[in-house]
Structures are given as structure tokens and as C-alpha cells.
Design a protein around this ligand. Structure first.
Ligand code: KG4
Ligand code: ZN
Length: 346
């Protein structure tokens, strides 16, 4: 099954061709970061205009890099949400047009299912059958969720953020520190060599159980950002050099620690329950590129004797290959591989 996928939910335009949900024939990503940088964040109107400019060329390139023809495709997949409405519309319109013209099925994919399936694109990672049930931490710019994955497309939410997402907390923290956009990678660079224990920032993790209900493992990052704001106001001079590295490292540590602590609680809660045990532990989404987080979670996985599933860095941030993987692997949303488009064409 050869799927061409399109992803335009935020500030990356991407087209990919993937076979049987795992073999990536091409995966082109055009990032708009430089165009949004002057504004310190994504400007939706600029994002959708750029998707419109770039997508047609990217589709041709995805086809030629894969050595594929239009006729050889079995289906067209596209991110249907969540994301910026005007940006999504560009990808969905292009996908609808292609599906109609080629007479192929059109498969609408949830962006978060895409992130979840990104781990299966990395050669060497086990198949979904061998990896599930899997404890999965999804950490992107817009979402932070802890999930029990029974199989692709079937999961239970163990916890989520009550306010900012982890990526958003890193982006906002970086902005307060005067670093560039997107803040996550800038913060990681600035934090290198800094002392993660120089400043004690609050850890936003909440454990909560209503009588008779399963344990909730939620996150909260808005207090952390406010704490950085007050901390910076109290500094005698705006921090730079080694002091800036210490503050960045401490802030990054607070985010990583909050994420890892909830994962540890989820693994411990599982050990004490009679649900079938996890067979792997995974982390996906843009923040999963962070080296400190990758190392911390990998140590946790090995302490619990579980394989750690991480996507290759290029599959952590937004890309169309993960959308093709989800279109193939998630039967509940996109199992209908007949000629009926899953997105109404009206
Ligand atoms: O998954 P993604 O590409 O987009 C969304 O679906 O939101 O994630 C983007 C997020 C941004 O918040 C960005 O700062 C963060 O991922 N990010 C990182 C790193 N690279 C990207 N955060 C920490 N360390 C990184 N190396
Ligand atoms: Zn994403």
C-alpha cells in the first residue's frame, strides 16, 4: 500500500510517500521558521500563504525522489486537524483535488495520531504488534499527553496538560530569556554547559484520583513560566554568558523533570495494576528532539526493563511521513480504503 501524505497544520509544509506505513520512500519538509522569526511566533496568515506557494513543488519533488508515478499511488492522506484552520485548509484542498483527479481514496488523519505513529518509521524500532501496549509521552508545541496505546488508533489518556504544552513552556521561557524562535532548540543550545540546579524552578505535575476513577497524571507549566518571569525581574542585571546558561539549564531541567516524573508514576502505577503490562515506552513530538529529555526517559525505560522507542529527530517535528504511517496503521480513523473519500467532498 503506497500512500502519498500531506501535512500543513502549522509552520511546516510537508509531502511524503510511504509504503505499508513504515518504508519511507520520500519525506520533504519545508520549514517556514525564518519567515515567522521576526514576529517571535507563527503568524497564521503568513503560514497559509507559504503553504500555498510551496506545496505544489514539494508534491512533485516527493514523487520524483520516491521514483513513483501518480498512478502508482494507492491513497492520498492529509492532516485534518488539530492545527491552524487556514493552514489545514491548504493541505486538505490539495489532497481533495488530487484524490478526485486520480480517483484514489482520501484519508483524513488526526495530527496527534501522526505523532504517535512516528516511532514506527524509525528502522530498528519494533512493529506496533510487538511494541503495544505502550506508554507514550506526546510532547509537541501544542500538546502534552501521557497515553496508554493499546494499538495504533486505540489509546487511553492517562493525563494531559492543564494549561501550556511542554513545547509552549519552552518557547515562552526562551522568549523571556531573549532567545530566538522556536525556543525549544535555542534553549537547549543555551543550556549546554549550564548548571541545571542553579535555580530551583517549580515542577508542574499533578496527581489526582476521583473516588473510583483511574489515576490522572496531569501536567501544568504556566506557573513555571511565571516563576521565570519573577526570577528575571529579581536578577541585578539581565543574565548573559554562564549565568544565562545556568538559568536556561535550570528551566529546561524543570520541564524535563516534570515530564519524566509523571512517566515514572505511570510506570509504577502500571506495575501495581492488573492491566496487561507495557511492552515499551515511547516519546514523540517536537520536544522529543531534546537530548536531555531523551537521555532521562531512556534511563527510566531501562530501569523498568522496557525498550525506549524514540523517533529519529526528523520524524519528531512535523512531517508528512508520520501522517502516511498513521493513515496506514490506524484502522479506526482511516480503515476505509475504498473509493469513498473519508472527508466529504462537498
Ligand atoms: O511537534 P512539533 O513540530 O509541532 C507541533 O505539533 O506543535 O513541535 C514543535 C515544538 C516547539 O515548541 C519547539 O520549541 C519544540 O517542539 N522543539 C524542541 C526541540 N526541537 C523542537 N524542544 C526542546 N528541544 C528541542 N531540541
Ligand atoms: Zn506536531
Amino acid at each position: 500500500m503506497r500512500i502519498l501524505a500531506i501535512e500543513t497544520s502549522c509552520d511546516e509544509t510537508s509531502a511524503a510517500i510511504v509504503e505499508d506505513g513504515r518504508r519511507v520512500l520520500s519525506n520533504l519538509v519545508h520549514t517556514q521558521i525564518a519567515r515567522h522569526q521576526p514576529y517571535g511566533g507563527v503568524v497564521p496568515e503568513i503560514a497559509c500563504r507559504l503553504h500555498l506557494e510551496v506545496l505544489p513543488g514539494l508534491l512533485d519533488q516527493a514523487l520524483s525522489e520516491a521514483g513513483a508515478t501518480w498512478d502508482s499511488l494507492d491513497a492520498i492522506a492529509v492532516t485534518r486537524g488539530p492545527g491552524l484552520a487556514s493552514s489545514l485548509l491548504v493541505g486538505i484542498s490539495a489532497a481533495k483535488g488530487l484524490a478526485l483527479r486520480l480517483g484514489k481514496p482520501l484519508l483524513g488523519v488526526n495530527h496527534l495520531e501522526g505523532h504517535i505513529c512516528s516511532v514506527f518509521l524509525t528502522p530498528g524500532n519494533p512493529s506496533p504488534e510487538d511494541a503495544c501496549p505502550c506508554l507514550l509521552l506526546l510532547v509537541s508545541g501544542g500538546h502534552t499527553q501521557l497515553l496508554r496505546i493499546e494499538k495504533p488508533g486505540v489509546c487511553r489518556v492517562l493525563g494531559g496538560t492543564l494549561d501550556d504544552a511542554a513545547g509552549e513552556a519552552l518557547d515562552k521561557g526562551a522568549k523571556l530569556l531573549g532567545l530566538g524562535y522556536p525556543g525549544g532548540p535555542e534553549l537547549e543550545k543555551t543550556a549546554r554547559g549550564g548548571n541545571p540546579r542553579a535555580v530551583e524552578f517549580p515542577r508542574g505535575g499533578l496527581r489526582h484520583r476521583d473516588p473510583g476513577a483511574p489515576l490522572r497524571l496531569d501536567f501544568s507549566f504556566s506557573g513555571l513560566k511565571t516563576s521565570l518571569l519573577y526570577h528575571l525581574r529579581a536578577e541585578p542585571v539581565p543574565p548573559s554568558g554562564a549565568r544565562l546558561a545556568d538559568i536556561a539549564a535550570s528551566y529546561q531541567e524543570a520541564v524535563v523533570d516534570a515530564l519524566a516524573s509523571q512517566c515514572a508514576r505511570a510506570l509504577e502505577a502500571q506495575t501495581a495494576s492488573d492491566a496487561p503490562p507495557y511492552r515499551s515506552f515511547a516519546c514523540v513530538g517536537g520536544v522529543a528532539r531534546n537530548t536531555v529529555l531523551r537521555e532521562r526517559l531512556s534511563a527510566l525505560a531501562s530501569a523498568h526493563g522496557l525498550p525506549m522507542l524514540l523517533a529519529a529527530p526528523e520524524y519528531c517535528t512535523d512531517n508528512a511521513a508520520m501522517i502516511a504511517a498513521a493513515a496506514y496503521l490506524c484502522p479506526c480513523e482511516t480503515g476505509n480504503f475504498d473509493a469513498t473519500p473519508t472527508i466529504p467532498l462537498g
